[in-house]
Design a protein. Structure first.
Length: 303
C-alpha cells in the first residue's frame, strides 16, 4: 500500500502540472469541514512553484466558493473578511518566500499584515475589541469553571489590557494557521524539487537584530499600556519562541529529528512557563550573537 506521504507528494505533482485540477481541488477543499487549510496550502504550493499569477488563478475560485456558505450564516461583511483573512496572508507570504527564500522575511510579511490589520481596527472600529471581549466574558459566565480560571489568572489586570491581549492572540492564531499551510506547501515543494532544502531552512531560521529592537519597543510600549503594542505582543513573543525552538532543534538534531521535536514539545508540557520563557530568551539572545557560528561541527552533522 502506498504510504500517505507518497500519495500526497504524487498527487501534488499532478496538480502542479494541471491548473484546472488544482482549481477543482482548491474549491472542493475550501468547503469541506476542517479542510480549508489544505485549500490554502494548495494555493501556496502553486504560488511557490508557478508564481503569484498562477497562485491567484487558483485562489480566486476558492475564495468565491469558500465565502458562499459563510454568507448564509453571517453578515456579508463578516463572510468576506473571514474569507480574505483565510487566504490572503498565506498567499502574500508564499509570494515573498518564492522571491526571497527567507523565513525571516516571511515572518516580517506576516508582522506587517498583522500591524496593518490592528491599525485598521483601531481607526475604523475602535470599540470592536472591547465589545468582542465583553461578549467572550458573557459566554464564559455560562461555564463557571472557565470563568473562575480566567479570574484567578488575570487578577489585577485591567479589562482593557485583557481585551487587547485577547484580540492579539486571535490574530496570532490566524497567522499560525497560515504558517502551517505555508510550511506544509513548502515541505511538499522541497520533497518534489529541492530534497533536503526545507530542513536547511528550518535549521537556519533565527531572529535578527531588527526583530530584537522591535521586541524591545513593543515590550516597553506594552508596559505603558499602549493598545497597539499589546495587540502585537503575543505575535512578537511567538516569533522569538519559534526562533529559540529552532535553535534548540539545531543544537540537538542529528539523525533523529522527529524524536528531538517530540522531546522539545514534551518539555513545554512538563514546565510550560519556564520552557516557553527559555525559548523566548534564547531566541532573543540568538538574534544578537548567532550561536550557530560557534557550533561548526554540529552544523555539518545536522544538515
Amino acid at each position: 500500500m502506498m504510504r500517505a506521504g507518497d500519495f500526497i507528494i504524487k498527487h501534488s505533482k499532478l496538480l502542479l502540472e494541471n491548473k484546472q485540477h488544482a482549481i477543482l481541488y482548491a474549491v472542493v477543499l475550501s468547503i469541506l469541514p476542517f479542510a480549508s487549510w489544505l485549500s490554502v496550502a494548495l494555493v501556496s504550493l502553486v504560488t511557490l512553484r508557478r508564481g503569484g499569477k498562477a497562485g491567484f488563478e487558483v485562489m480566486l475560485p476558492a475564495l468565491v466558493v469558500h465565502s458562499v456558505p459563510l454568507m448564509m450564516l453571517v453578515p456579508l461583511e463578516s463572510a468576506l473578511i473571514n474569507t480574505l483573512v483565510s487566504y490572503l496572508p498565506c498567499y502574500m507570504a508564499a509570494i515573498c518566500l518564492r522571491k526571497t527564500v527567507s523565513w525571516q522575511t516571511v515572518s516580517g510579511v506576516f508582522f506587517i499584515q498583522a500591524l496593518i490589520g490592528f491599525l485598521l481596527i483601531h481607526f475604523i472600529a475602535p470599540d470592536f475589541i472591547a465589545n468582542q471581549f465583553s461578549q467572550f466574558k458573557n459566554i464564559l459566565v455560562q461555564y463557571q469553571e472557565y470563568q473562575h480560571l480566567l479570574d484567578s489568572n488575570t487578577d489585577g489586570i485591567s479589562s482593557l489590557i485583557l481585551a487587547q491581549l485577547f484580540f492579539g492572540i486571535q490574530i496570532l492564531s490566524v497567522i499560525v494557521s497560515a504558517m502551517i499551510s505555508l510550511m506544509f506547501a513548502r515541505t511538499i515543494q522541497a520533497k518534489l524539487f529541492i530534497p533536503g532544502g526545507f530542513k536547511e531552512e528550518v535549521l537556519g531560521f533565527r531572529s535578527g537584530k531588527i526583530s530584537f529592537l522591535i521586541l524591545i519597543a513593543v515590550s516597553i510600549a506594552s508596559y505603558y499600556e499602549i493598545p497597539l503594542a499589546i495587540n502585537l505582543l503575543p505575535l512578537v513573543l511567538s516569533y522569538f519562541l519559534v526562533s529559540g525552538f529552532s535553535l534548540a532543534y539545531f543544537i540537538l538534531a542529528r539523525k533523529r529529528e522527529v524524536r528531538v521535536v517530540i522531546l522539545l514539545f514534551l518539555l513545554i508540557l512538563f514546565k510550560p512557563s519556564i520552557v516557553l520563557l527559555a525559548y523566548i530568551v534564547f531566541g532573543a539572545l540568538d538574534s544578537l550573537f548567532n550561536f550557530r557560528l560557534y557550533l561548526p561541527a554540529r552544523v555539518r552533522e545536522s544538515i
